[in-house]
Design a protein around this ligand. Sequence first.
Ligand code: SF4
Length: 199
Amino acid sequence: MRVNETFLSLQGEGFFTGTPAFFLRFSGCNLQCPFCDTQHQSFTEMTEEEIVREACRHKPRHIVITGGEPALQLTQSLVDKLHEAGFFIQVETNGTLSLPEGIDWVTVSPKTDPPTPFRGRSIDELKILYMGKDTDPDTILKSLPLGREGGGLPRLYLQPLDTGDTERNRIILRETIDYIMQHPKWSLSLQTHKLLGIK
Ligand code: SF4
């Protein structure tokens, strides 16, 4: 499998913010978003056994599988091996491709406009990048087949886009908070790992 990087850190975003986790970042993506903030192209070849062995070297049993787009490579056998090793598996996906069965938590962050209907199991967490007043989270929400296993909406998060420009980021953060105050089913997600200066 083509692995961009593995590392131990705290989950920085969304529902599991602050949770210690082992991160598995797969190389490559099927989209080319202009605002992409991951250098996901380079890779090292690892077998599934090597990935599980590396993950097991650390204490946390929460694994975040991300990318790039993890659905390009994630296999049912790797999911099963990680479960056998006792991991809670969270996958962060752009939602355009189907995923193996049995993943414990699916976080979808749609990047296409309109979003591609999510294929596969229901979503646990929807995280939309708020890019400014043109972003319409409720319209995106209506266009997605939502619902969690066991019923109910997924957790809904708006995350202000990191533009790399401090002043523009400040404006977008203000607009994101304003939107949430007017549409309180959404919660704020911050990239706390960037705020903390950790990976
Ligand atoms: S979907 Fe995510 S990883 Fe892929 S190009 Fe867009 S921002 Fe980058």
